[in-house]
Design a protein around this ligand. Sequence first.
Ligand code: FE2
Length: 294
Amino acid sequence: MNAQRIEHAMTDKGYVPLYATGTVPQPWANYTASDHAVWRTLFERQRALLVGRACETFLQAQDAMGMGAEAIPRFDDLSEQLRRVTGWELVGVEGLLPELDFFQHLSARRFPVTWWIRRPEQIDYIAEPDLFHDLFGHVPLLLNPVFADYMQAYGAGGVRAHGLGSEALANLTRLYWYTVEFGLIREHGELRIYGAGILSSAGESHHCLESSAPNRIGFDLSRLMRTRYRIDSYQKTYFVIDDFEQLFNATQQDFAPIYQVLQQADAVPAGDVLDSDLVLQRGSGEGWISDGDV
Ligand SMILES: [Fe+2]
């Protein structure tokens, strides 16, 4: 693989390289016993933790796809199933892509998945999104028709925002952050996880539901787009949707007028609660670091 790193991008774990390469076939035959063992360890641990914490849609989709602990799944197998149900497919990549490339993939119903998995000594911490985060965390919900449509609409919105400039992009990135990566959903009257950043993190799976520190606030599109976030710690605020329809419906409008309004408004610090918020739980703020919001 001749991966070419072109710049860096911010993620929940700090700055990581961006890759200029296009898509790459998954080198499945080259995975070592150690690679499969890392997948197995992470899968078993996280799956056990997520029963009763992740939304049922996610757990059922993982089962329906036959995603199990035994071995690293093959992208081709998963793509075949996704194509049949929601028209999505997976494409292998070296790592994070430049924004426009990423948006273009999503808008064409292609989800980029990092082909490599972390090393055994990185089980509990890795800076870059790897196969486990992308595949375990993101891919199952692409089997859900409404969420799948949301992801495509997000990609199309990203392509448009890219043409509008960096402020519009920052607004849109926050939407992804607080939904696709760190979103919570109400299910049977309880909070459940659907964000991949949480689903692939043992610590945050506990924190987002059980800690009294973070705020839990009802979903509001322009509020999310104004809200700064944390890349070096658990989130100070989680936004809660009622269902995936709410998420998809919010994308059925032109974001350009919203970006214009938001340009006049200050961004909201990650831990602030506004008078206009639908507050489900106000966080105690315990353990928060006062600066460093992105
Ligand atoms: Fe992600």
